[in-house]
Design a protein around this ligand. Sequence first.
Ligand code: URA
Length: 505
Amino acid sequence: MRVVRLASEIDFDGWRLAARALRAEGVPPEAVVWTVEYDLFAEPTSPVIPDEPKGRSGTAGSVGVSGGPGSAPRYGRDDNEGEKPFTVPKPFIDLAGQVVLHRSNERFALLYKLLWRLEREPRLIDNPADPDLTRARDMAKGVSRAAHKMKAFVRFRLVEGVEPETFMAWFEPAHRVTEAVAPFFARRFTAMNWSILTPDACVAWDGETLKVSEGADPTDAPREDAQEELWRTYYASIFNPARLNPRMMQQEMPKRYWRNLPEARLIPELIETARQRTADMVAARPNPPSERVLKAALRHARDGSYGEADPLTVEEATAAEQVCRRCDLWRDATQAVAGEGPARARIMIVGEQPGDEEDLTGRPFVGPAGRLLEKAMAEADFDRRKAFVTNAVKHFKHEPRGKFRLHKTPDRGEVQACRWWLDAERRIVKPRVILALGATAVMGVTGKSMPIAKARGAAIALDGGAQLVVSWHPSYLLRVPDPDAKARAYADLVADLKLAKGLAA
Ligand code: URA
């Protein structure tokens, strides 16, 4: 039996070296025991983490393969003299880098078994049903989820009486992802001095370098600070009772993280009052959908069998979009934001997707991009109330960044999936003119990409008789840094609104 002693729980490099040596010698997986041996007498170290590390290696002690001669072959292509050449597939290397961070004791052995089998079964990596591979992939998924939760749930607290200003957070990740996630925080809080303490390892950023040290204890972290009251106020204001599903909520924000989240103490009360607040919200809706419409919506959603019964009215489409599962974007959105406006509008305006404010209010173009669009409309003498305003994608795609939800551009598959709704809205409203704002809108309307600079400024005939006018998306105008370019794009948008209005008259 061979015993491999790795230098740390996430010693990916050590595992690679040992696995290569064992493989070169032809030692089968069942003849290897993998252990992690901490060197209690090693000097405490503070290794600098490279960008996006896959794992920490050699913090204490070194790799040893005992019970047989060791070697230190390279990784990747293995063509030592006398050995059969063997190239480890890249997807396996990536998978192994993740799996090593899992807390399961079987991870190193499982990876070696897979490596061993890969040499003998070259197509193994493509077999979705293989139990070893499935287990490894599940572990990698767990690791990736733990990394995601860490990015979302770390809350820094000011350390009192320390100069320069320093922040600290205590966090207990489900897997050993601390070092892997640290570069994310370094990018996100570059100008801040901070440390994240976890039971596995601590990471610290001083504005230039990330340092890692041994794991810590919760009592090493500071207590609540004044910022947390602010954070709770924000959380309470964005909390949407209509979307409350305590089971889902606990899946997303497992209870294990609650004790370190300032907002968590609000949750029981918010849940308790959610029912009443939901009832109030529903009562305040201007036009609650009729029972017939809701039934139709559920029919659309049943078994994902969309398309069997097309929505026939704007109301029906609006309600049905709320239960859409054509892509995964519904999962993180508050609600679908359907198109709004007269059911027989001559002009349909198509944007990209709802933003943060649209997602919370359920109405298109009510945030910063909407305000800029309305300013341009006023200049073009364009009455928004006469247009049907909608988006190519109905759910808000975003990623959490601390307290914010950052917009993410929908991908081609998501735009394609949502075209079903845009097409339904087009069939119902039958606009004479469609004004598509930005590249995603053009893709949603035509199914093709077009450079806005070339396509804008003239009408394009669409199948079915409507005319397409293409223009810049107002968010692009908000982002473009050069003031001259911004002014030109704004003038284009005003001109395109006038063109659309003229064509529809
Ligand atoms: N951006 C869009 O494309 N649509 C909206 O509704 C809001 C912002």
